[in-house]
Ligand binder design. Sequence first.
Ligand SMILES: [Fe+2]
Length: 250
Amino acid sequence: MSLDRRSLLQNCAAFSVYALVAELAFARPRTSNLQARRWLAAQNDLADLLSAGKMRPSDWHREVNELSEQVDLESLAFELRRARIRDAGAPFGHDPQKRYVTVLGEDGLPLKLGYGLALFDFGPNSVITPHAHRYMASAHMVIDGRVRVRTFDRVRDDEGFLVIRPTQDVVAEPGHSAAMTSTTDNVHWFAPRSKRAMTIDVIIDGLDKGKSRYLIEPVDPLRGRRLADGTIRAPLVSFEQSMELYSAES
Ligand SMILES: [Fe+2]
């Protein structure tokens, strides 16, 4: 067992990245060699541009997903092992456990980043139910296990409904990033397809000055009405209804 692997196992009490190093070493092509520190810094450049209105959301969306194709996941696991990680409270319903990540620099002090980082730790029954967003952008990258990722564009708002268009339905493996912005894939939905799974989420909020930092709006695509143009007129629902309606198997 390598030193990294052993150290990672020691961190299991804090969070379960136990499978990461062994699996990730084989999971990625050799071209995915962008070291985690450079990935974190590049994310910072992109976040700053998006926050300053100097980059279109669609460009941020594409570049963040491309960046995640390049990151060396083993080095990312190393950074996570030495990061400060704290629970974001008890999960609501069968949400995955969310944990905030503070990355530490060489000096052991927190790195100042223009974005938030969070881990989502899925058990077999966890699900991030389908929801839309306002005033923010994010990108969930799978780093452990397999996750069914479904995304939808938000075509228009319609008094208690959202008209949405399916854009992606894949079982994602480590290294797959699903970004969301106001213009692209604004609705997303994540369900595990392995006993355990984990994503790391890059979060940029407060994008609309004078508004809340973010707004999450659960939506129900499964009970929506299919329209002739391929879109779905899906009802907005409460968080409680969303938890009742959606499970990991939905
Ligand atoms: Fe979300």
